[in-house]
Design a protein around this ligand. Sequence first.
Ligand SMILES: [Zn+2]
Length: 199
Amino acid sequence: MDIDDAGRALAAECARYTAMGWMRGTSGNLSVVLDRDPLRLAVTVSGRDKGELTASDVVVIDAHGTTTDPVRVPSAEAGLHGRIAAVSGAGAVVHVHAMAPVVAGEYWPGGVHLRDLEMLKGFGRAAHDDTVTIPVVPNSQDMQVLGDAFESHHRPDTPALIVARHGVYVWGDDLHQARHRLECLDWLLRFTVETRGTR
Ligand SMILES: [Zn+2]
């Protein structure tokens, strides 16, 4: 994927996410891998209304979240995008400040367990006889700290990370798979929060 295609795809995805209420204010950021070796990603720029991005509101970063772009500023969280893409092999990483993951992380700071729910199939797991644990890590402004926490919990079959009192990261082969996983995970976490104490 070249940078122009990436910019168009990221702007379109951000508009959809904004409509879901997942990118309030200027929060959240999405990225897509441009090259694997060395790793280069296109990530949404910092500080813009994510419902109004254009195809040029992206910046190219390396695996550490740094850029050589003289003008555009990547999201402060770009370093974690690079780390997740490098470790997981994902082609796209999405990060939003959806409410359900944060509430779930508040109830279950040791990890959120999901089981026996049809929507788990949309997350790439079995609907029965399989417990999926979404890791929860403490929030930090230091992407090295967050990256180390992500890596210590990473499992190839669980493409998501809740950052406590902050938001959620989900990744996949491409932007569509990442979005579908996030949509299903949001449903799963909302169900789990709303039915707590009944199981
Ligand atoms: Zn964030």
